[in-house]
Design a protein around this ligand. Structure first.
Ligand SMILES: [Zn+2]
Length: 352
């Protein structure tokens, strides 16, 4: 199903490009600005089984987007500035802001040098447990387990279920099924218990993943010394906030913020909701983030920014730079707003 959906999206983006419809749609749907969402930035890897590839783009693709934005005369600004332009209704120039979620070390090693070429500021939303080296990047653990086995057995709803994982295609199918199952588990603890058990059964050192991929507080401190870098919060444990009690959800926001502020000695006033989709961030979370004092909070709902977003600063949409669609021809489609407008059924605000 995921492959089908990817193909439909790719075809849709291609159709917008080849028909030139995005040129016609640009004045209507491009809005006043865009917040781009990225995760990892690193050179592309070989290998047919890369189920998390949507979460990583190559430095060249990031560079292509930045130079496309420069050609269009679009300002590249900080999230502080996004807040200011929205609240002061300063829409004289179109703008874009770059956000990177989770706190991967490759943001420093591969994204920062490219951002520097364009003197483009950006925000990294840090999951504080990841910076502490004790977080669980379960989607990576799942990929690593499936990569090393030829079949995998998991008890789902009390029934032992075996998945073939002997070819890249069956590995992908097993990953999709298990990923959806894990995301659907009621609380973060259940998800963690299942992943820990899976790693233990297949001899994977899950604890090593987080320090290997994510920047520590020490690293973040010098990273944040770069004038182009701002840090935001992305919860303590990377849980689905909507699945928590209001008290726990508030704590996830406030404690991650306090820990990052304490570690880097800079104010942290921007938030990204973990997962950030409709199942993970809704009106309750938008209100909690506002009450916690964040100036902005970003979702993973697709959309451009419009003047009306000033009324929903803790429910801001983003445009994903998705590793599955690293084709430079889609850049003008993404900045035209035509693609996100289609995904949103031509609604401009989606904060319900
Ligand atoms: Zn995340």
């Amino acid at each position: 199903m995921k492959q089908l959906r990817n193909n439909v999206i790719r075809a849709g983006l291609g159709a917008l490009y080849f028909t030139g419809a995005h040129h016609l749609l640009r004045p209507i749907f491009a809005g006043v600005g865009t917040i781009f969402m990225l995760h990892s930035v690193r050179p592309g890897r070989n290998g047919a089984f890369q189920p998390n590839r949507h979460l990583e783009v190559a430095p060249e693709f990031l560079r292509a987007m930045l130079s496309h934005l420069r050609c269009l005369g679009i300002d590249i600004i900080t999230m502080d500035d996004v807040y200011r332009r929205l609240t002061e209704r300063d829409f004289s120039r179109r703008f874009a802001s770059f956000t990177f979620d989770d706190g991967y070390r490759d943001n420093r090693d591969f994204a920062l040098p490219v951002m520097r070429e364009f003197e483009a500021p950006f925000t990294v939303h840090v999951t504080s447990n990841f910076a502490q080296g004790v977080g669980h990047l379960w989607w990576i653990a799942l990929e690593m387990v499936i990569a090393r086995v030829s079949s995998i057995e998991v008890e789902i709803d009390g029934i032992a279920t075996r998945f073939d994982a002997s070819t890249p295609a069956t590995k992908q199918a097993a990953f999709d099924r298990l990923h959806d199952w894990l995301r659907g588990l009621p609380a973060g603890d259940d998800l963690q218990r299942e992943i820990t058990a899976l790693c233990a059964r297949h001899g994977l050192d899950e604890a090593a993943i987080c320090p290997e991929l994510c920047m520590s507080y020490d690293e973040l401190k010098s990273f944040a010394d770069d004038p182009l870098v701002s840090l935001g919060a992305h919860s303590v444990t990377h849980c689905n906030l909507a699945g928590q009690s209001p008290e726990v959800a508030s704590q996830e926001m406030a404690v991650s913020r306090a820990r990052i502020e304490n570690a880097v000695q800079r104010p942290v006033v921007h938030l990204a909701y973990p997962y950030g989709d409709r199942l993970a961030a809704g009106p309750r979370e938008f209100a909690l983030a506002k009450a916690a004092g964040f100036k902005t909070a970003v979702t993973t709902r697709p959309g451009m920014l419009f003047p009306e977003n000033a009324g929903y600063l803790t429910a801001l949409p983003r445009v994903s730079l998705n590793g599955n669609y690293q084709d430079e021809r889609i850049l003008p489609v993404l900045t035209s707003g035509a693609a996100t407008a289609m995904w949103n059924g031509f609604r401009r605000i989606d904060a319900a």
